[in-house]
Design a protein around this ligand. Structure first.
Ligand code: DX5
Ligand code: ZN
Length: 227
């Protein structure tokens, strides 16, 4: 079963003074999903935005809102992110005492559930939740900031997760330092969803479409598909 190739620009690298416009621009430029990075200054050393900002972005695109929660504890906030218009809500393995329960809570609200692994988090930590997730998000940088260098050490873990999820309807998403170059490596390892912040937003609005295409074409070739 081959999962579709999807490109998810991260709004963290956009111009926050005009978020609605930026969402519309990446939507038009060919984004498959809109990736939204929520940071609490506690689980990660940076603070970004919360549910009200996501709610404000929601009317600007019909595409999937892929919400990546880098917050702990996550449980008290899941409902607010569901109500804000998230389609997928992803929590980190370490974001609460009962990962399986957090994922069940997300699904109970009718949303897709994702689990994320930091570079230091082993693949085995999600073995018990494979029936309860729609997506596994592999961090290829330490979470907290855009623009960091890709860590090749994650490739072995992506391959492990690909094997663990064989035959299941689970997307494998990679986040951090993704460019047209690194995309080929994570695709070869088994990922099918690529998050990209800097590589999409660099160069300004007139370059978003070509930046997304460059990543998509490199990834398609690595999948053995026509670019
Ligand atoms: C990092 C975030 C990423 C980040 C990616 O903690 O989860 O989504 O925005 O940014 P780039 O693509 O610039 O590494
Ligand atoms: Zn992210």
């Amino acid at each position: 079963m081959t999962r579709p190739l999807l490109i998810a620009p991260s709004m963290l690298a956009s111009d926050f003074s005009k978020l609605g416009e930026e969402v519309r621009a990446v939507d038009t430029a060919g984004a498959d999903w809109i990736h939204l990075d929520v940071m609490d200054g506690h689980f990660v050393p940076n603070i970004s935005f919360g549910p009200d900002i996501i709610k404000a972005m929601r009317p600007h695109s019909k595409k999937i809102f892929d919400v990546h929660l880098m917050i702990a504890p996550c449980d008290p906030h899941l409902e607010a992110f569901a109500k804000a218009g998230s389609d997928i809500i992803t929590v980190h393995v370490e974001a609460g005492p009962h990962l399986h329960r957090s994922l069940q809570a997300i699904r109970a609200m009718g949303k897709k559930a994702g689990v994320s692994l930091n570079p230091a988090t082993p693949a085995e930590t999600v073995a018990h939740v494979l029936d309860t997730v729609d997506l596994i998000l592999v961090m290829s940088v330490n979470p907290g900031f855009g623009g960091q260098a890709y860590l090749p050490l994650v490739e072995e873990k992506i391959a492990q997760l690909k094997a663990m999820t064989a035959g299941r309807p689970i997307d494998i998403e990679v986040d951090g330092g993704i460019t047209a170059q690194t995309a080929t490596r994570v695709i070869a390892a088994g990922a099918n969803v690529l998050v990209a912040g800097s590589a999409v937003f660099k160069g300004g609005v007139s370059t978003y479409a070509s930046n997304i295409s460059a990543i998509r074409n490199a990834a398609s070739l690595a999948r053995g598909e026509a670019a």
